[in-house]
Write a protein that binds this ligand. Structure first.
Ligand code: DHE
Length: 503
């Protein structure tokens, strides 16, 4: 059976095997009846997913209203989702779209039995050849997440050409996470599927559904554990990395018992622990895994904060968290001391999660874009003072660089100048250049080849592209068509935790 067939079979199997923990939706209104008639066979009578993804408000939150209406009307190209324009009128389609945005009467459950029942192993651990099946540097591969049609393209970073493209689960978000040797990739879909992919053999090896709405996953530095963070149910789910089997579920509750959604989980490799950021309670959790057996999470350490941290940056040693609080201020938390050690002078809405560091005048500095203001804050990593605020074209999402390039690349994707990336000299902090790959089209999210020679930029539309620039001359070298390439990830830069990219 080829990969796609196996994947479809697994989806069907998982859909059939899942224990339905809540009752079917009552067909009380016409939209509910339309759902039962047209959608339930693929998306499940309970809306928890089956052959198609879950259709709960939480799993649809990344789909804009217009996009949802278009999918219902026209279907999704290259998937099993048909368009219903021929069968349903505009009013029915609008009612259905509105109904899908409302939650079921009973909160859906997803317990250990559901997780275990969803588990599929396509290839036992280490049963496939331990060498790449293609002729390219496995450490200079890029994974490009094409959100438009839920695919990943694998690019050879030397020849700058795709070598493979495969379908993923619905709505991957955030970076796929690599094992230290770069062979395995772990990815999470919004509707709760965690997939393990063997990049050397170009095939999925295992999948499991850990929740109904999942934020992201982290893989431990020792390659033994995967931790997933959910918002529905409000849990952390620990898996064995070899076959993705369930180890344990942790209910996310603060000291006072209040439940919380998980904002994101990260591997703090130098500390041999996972860090979990929580959305609803002012705590950060550290979960050590060094030398741990199945009780990997027994020593969970809670760090109490003044405020909820929704977005934050780790320094390169993972000794500190730099976090932005909701009022626009910021704080530095020392993870070893378990307390706040400094305030940060920040304004607007800094996107610290997209921060990067480099050395300037003998000092390590960290720079972060801002989602509300056209500027980049540059912070000294010893004194925690803001040493400069660099004016840019407008509010942006990502900032990227590489050890071998003198520039940091900033987008302005939240502004009218969303088609232009500006280059900031990392020493003078002056804006020294810009590129506009396609006027009027959103240009953002840069990732460099492992040697820093080329910068790969996303044109984020459905008929988008990866545009490759020579990082020195800023000459466009190549354009590779892609379907809404929201992110790209270079194996070497990620596994070596380059200071110019996120980890
Ligand atoms: Fe993201 C990473 C959260 C909206 C593109 N985004 C992340 C991560 C989190 C996050 C927690 C880190 C996870 C990881 O890498 O393991 N993003 C959120 C949100 O809460 C928010 C605001 C709304 C949401 O529903 O998720 C959001 N993000 C967006 C977008 O609108 C972006 C620009 C485009 C899109 O998704 O259509 C977007 N987010 C990205 C990308 C990464 C990411 C490309 C990975 C960055 C990297 O290079 O590592």
């Amino acid at each position: 059976m080829n990969g796609i067939l196996r994947w479809i079979a697994a989806c069907m199997l998982a859909g059939l095997c899942q224990t339905v923990a809540i009752g079917a939706q009552p067909a009380s209104g016409s939209a509910a009846a339309l759902y039962s008639q047209h959608c339930a066979a693929c998306h499940g009578p309970d809306r928890l997913g089956g052959m198609g993804p879950a259709l709960l408000p939480e799993s649809l939150e990344r789909l804009r209203s217009a996009e949802l209406a278009t999918v219902l009307r026209e279907g999704r190209a290259a998937t099993q989702m048909p368009g219903f324009a021929g069968q349903l009128g505009d009013t029915e389609l609008n009612d259905l779209a509105a109904w899908l945005r409302t939650g079921p009467a009973n909160s859906p459950q997803w317990a250990a039995a559901d997780i275990r029942a969803s588990h599929v192993v396509y290839h036992a651990a280490d049963s496939l050849p331990a060498r790449p099946t293609f002729n390219a540097d496995p450490a200079n591969l890029f994974l490009v997440v094409e959100a438009g049609s839920h695919h990943i393209s694998v690019l050879d970073g030397d020849r700058l050409e795709p070598i493979h493209r495969f379908r993923t689960r619905f709505a991957l978000h955030g970076g796929p996470k690599f094992s230290q040797d770069g062979r395995y990739v772990f990815m999470a879909s919004r509707d709760g599927w965690v997939s393990k992919y063997d990049l050397w053999n170009l095939t999925f090896t295992a999948e499991i559904r850990v929740g109904l709405n999942t934020r992201n996953v982290a893989v431990s530095d020792d390659g033994k554990w995967v931790l997933a963070g959910n918002t529905l149910p409000q849990t952390l789910v620990l898996l064995r990395a070899d076959d993705l089997s369930l180890v344990r579920i942790i209910d996310v509750r603060g000291r006072d018992g209040q439940a919380s959604r998980v904002s994101a989980v990260y591997d703090a490799a130098p500390r041999h622990s996972f860090i979990a950021a929580l959305k609803d309670i002012a705590e950060v959790w550290e979960i050590p895994y060094a030398g741990a057996g199945a009780d990997a999470v027994s020593e969970l350490k809670r760090i109490a904060l003044d405020d909820v941290l929704d977005d934050f940056y780790f320094d390169q040693s993972y000794a500190h968290i730099l976090g932005a609080s909701r009022d626009g201020g910021g704080q530095v938390v020392d993870l070893t001391q378990g307390r706040k050690v400094a305030d940060l002078a920040l304004s607007g809405m800094p996107h610290l999660g997209s921060g990067i560091t480099w050395v300037r005048d003998g000092h390590e500095v960290m720079a972060s874009p801002n989602l509300k203001q056209g500027n980049i804050s540059v912070i000294d990593m010893q004194s925690w003072r803001t040493v400069a605020t660099v004016a840019t074209n407008g509010p942006g999402f990502f900032l990227r660089s590489h050890e071998n390039t003198p520039y940091a690349w900033a987008d302005a994707m939240m502004s009218p100048k969303r088609d232009t990336l500006q280059l900031i000299d990392k020493q003078t902090l002056a804006v020294v250049g810009s590129v506009t790959p396609s006027p009027g089209h959103t240009a953002a999210h840069v990732e460099f080849t492992r040697d820093g020679r080329y910068a790969l930029v996303s044109l984020m539309e459905r008929d988008g592209a990866i545009v490759v620039y020579d990082a020195c001359t800023l000459r466009e070298v190549k354009r590779i068509p892609m379907d809404k390439p929201i992110g790209k990830y270079n194996v070497f830069n990620k596994t070596t935790r380059s200071s110019g990219t996120s980890h």
